[in-house]
Design a protein around this ligand. Sequence first.
Ligand code: 0RQ
Length: 505
Amino acid sequence: MAGRIGNQKFLDKVMSADDAAAFIEPGDSIGFSGFTGAGYPKEVPGALARRIKAATDRGEEFKVRVFTGASTAPELDGVLAETNNMAFRTPYQSDPSLRKVINNGTTDYCDIHLSHLSKMINLGYMGDIDVAVVEATLITEDGKVVPTSSVGMSRTYLARAKKIIIEVNEWQTEDLYGMHDIYYGIGQVPPNTPPIPITAPGDLIGEKAFTIDTDKVVAVVKTNDPDRNSPFKPLDDDSKKIAGYLLDLFDHEVRHGRMPANLFPLQSGVGNIANAVLAGLLDSKYENMTSYTEVIQDGMVNLIDAGKISVASATSFSLSPDAAHHMNENASDYRGKIILRPQDVSNHPEVIRRLGVISCNGMIEADIFGNVNSTHISGTRMMNGIGGSGDFTRSASLSIFVSPSTAKDGAISTIVPMVSHVDHTEHDVMVIITEYGVADLRGLSPRRRPEVIIDNCAHPDYRAALHEYYDRALKTNKAIHTPMDLDNAFSFHQRLRDTGTMMPS
Ligand code: 0RQ
């Protein structure tokens, strides 16, 4: 047998990426592996983009519908978006070229909670999946497919697709075998879905690899390409301040007996602030923590190395190049400490609520009542997508949103009278933190929230305008359960559109 491919049936299908892409037809819905720049197929998407271009150059129509786990990379989302023939895309994305075609109306983007997509596909809401294109670390002798640095949606795409294309990537270490936990019970549709038997983040409940119908495999492509591992920005002062407030909040919760001394399992979003929080935890007094999250970043690996986190459950890595190199060299040391699950398990509300997870995610803006917009700039321009933030926020025991108080050098206040798009309602959001402080909204009615949010979290330059708006809202209506001034609710956004800043002149 030839190296990573232990099964003759798969060996018989080894071919070039261009030959493999020839199995994809115009109009196909394609389910790709990949999550936050990890574990996506590296070569077939580029070959498909070339196939699309050749066809459209001949005047033929060749549109495709693209399903993934979450964001991928320029080699997948980027190249396919640049064909201007990606008719449909779901779920989370963060690629600049894809963002462009979503916002200019070329691509229909369906922004679905990451834990929902699998069930929606299995119930038939999203149409057929024609082809699955999945990256694998290796194929076992008995024809099982071992995932790479993410699991994401692959279980569902492999089960539903009519044709399967596998990329076997030698860049991914074979020591990943044993790090995955593929639970099949959840793949059934209601009313036949059993409970997910996870009662602690480290519980293993499934298989080490995907079981597939090997007759569906039409092509196997050998690759040797790295994941999109982007370096992290150095921590800035605001991120460090926000992380400091968050750690104070944890201390407060433990002191009041609302959380155990090793905290509840942590979920942390991606980005600068999430990294600062993880770095802060490294220097904190907390020991023996756990994580039930969706993405393993550098900071999480550092916490495991320091013995501060005993086990982290996720669906994917999202590492810097240095950390990815370290993981490739030492993956076997992390077996049992890092568990990668399908995203409908890593993000499942049932488990998140049972474990009492603490969620912490970034936001675009929050309003003075605590509604949060994670996705849209001024209500219309898609940034990335809701990702797993909704899965975790609604079911968390403590749901937290973090952001600098301003964006674009102060021209934008991230605290506004009313959000221009709602991803997380005031019913789901418990705490907001900026570099100015903490707004703890637990137990506060809508009328008690504005003062806390404005005075503790808004940038001082915007506080007067926000108070002025709220005072007017209190006077404008007879009903003041949620005092809102309908005529001026979007005045900050309108001023930004008209003058380039939300700052009143
Ligand atoms: O723009 O890059 O051009 O400078 O948005 O903002 O402050 O660097 O923060 O990287 O954490 O991203 C909500 C987008 C925040 C992210 C969001 C501009 C700002 C900057 C990025 P530049 P920051 P972050 C786990 C959970 C949804 C999914 C999620 C996100 C850029 O956290 O996508 O939580 N969340 N998933 O200048 C205009 C505003 C702005 C603004 C920020 N009010 N108006 N621009 N920006 N606020 C991961 C997964 O689910 C996979």
